[in-house]
Design a protein around this ligand. Structure first.
Ligand code: RTP
Ligand code: MG
Length: 139
């Protein structure tokens, strides 16, 4: 099944390095429309809640610390086949394995500090979008 919306975050590493604009340009050039967007600094508790699915993984503590260390840009994106096409645009979790032309190839520094998040299913795209945005904030 395809959907026309996905959810993304530009992670703290990319914010710190001044790559927010470059990443948003790549997102626009790939044909995604931004339907909601805001900059937020997550508390450790909120970052932990967002990534609760990874609670038992060995990298969870590091991930929560990383995602709460500075501001992120959260956004809902619209395009045909959004979830799958956005995962293709961001590239592999580990930038060493990310394809040429992907956001992570260009901007990620490591498997942990990998510049962007992209939802992995239609269901999670809806849940994650609602974590940050009310209906009134989505255009
Ligand atoms: P994301 O959810 O952020 O879009 O990333 P993903 O689907 O490509 O990767 P996932 O397996 O969901 O992992 C979530 C995030 O956890 C960090 N991570 N660190 N040190 C490690 O081995 C490791 N593995 C994953 C990354 O920030 C990854 O994006
Ligand atoms: Mg994931």
């Amino acid at each position: 099944m395809t959907t026309n919306r996905t959810f993304t975050m530009i992670k703290p590493d990319a914010t710190e390095k001044g790559n927010t604009g470059g990443i948003l340009a790549m997102i626009n050039e790939a044909g995604f429309r931004i339907v909601a967007m805001k900059m937020v600094h997550l508390s450790a508790a909120k970052a932990g809640e967002f990534y609760a699915v990874h609670k038992e993984r060995p990298f969870y503590g590091e991930l929560v610390e990383f995602m709460s260390r500075g501001p992120i840009t959260a956004a809902i994106l619209e395009k045909d086949n959004a979830v799958e096409d956005f995962r293709t645009l961001i590239g592999a979790t580990n930038p060493a394995q990310a394809a040429e032309g992907t956001i992570r190839k260009k901007y990620a520094s490591s498997i942990g500090e990998n510049a962007v998040h992209g939802s992995d299913s239609n269901e999670n795209a809806a849940i994650e979008g609602a974590f940050f945005f009310s209906q009134l904030e989505q255009f």
